[in-house]
Design a binder for this molecule. Structure first.
Ligand code: FES
Length: 107
């Protein structure tokens, strides 16, 4: 099972084994990872599942849809080139070892 590392703003990290097909957001919610709120439950209507993907690993992630790009305008923390909505990151085998950084704030 691919493992995904979530790094908190204070530098602490949590590593989860995530089934293929489960989103980075859903895995965080199911495992009570602080820092992912996901108010809309993955409907791309809240931007409270914002993460920063390790830049070198951006090519491992699926392309952004226009809807995701639009919703990223509403993140509480600064939007950066490696910003993604974690509900849109369905885990693939190639994403094993992916590192995501949690923003300071989601709301
Ligand atoms: S959970 Fe709401 S946009 Fe991702």
């Amino acid at each position: 099972m691919p493992n995904i590392t979530y790094i908190h703003p204070d530098g602490s990290r949590e590593v989860l084994d995530v089934p293929v097909g489960t989103s980075v957001m859903r895995a965080a919610i199911l495992n009570s990872v602080d820092g992912i709120v996901a108010e809309c439950g993955g409907e791309m209507m809240c931007a409270t599942c914002h993460v920063y993907v390790e830049e070198a690993q951006m090519p491992l992630t699926p392309p952004q849809s226009d809807d995701e790009k639009a919703m990223l305008e509403f993140t509480a923390s600064e939007r950066k080139p490696n910003s993604r909505l974690s509900c849109q990151l369905a885990v693939t085998p190639e994403m094993d070892g992916l590192v995501v950084y949690l923003p300071e704030s989601q709301v």
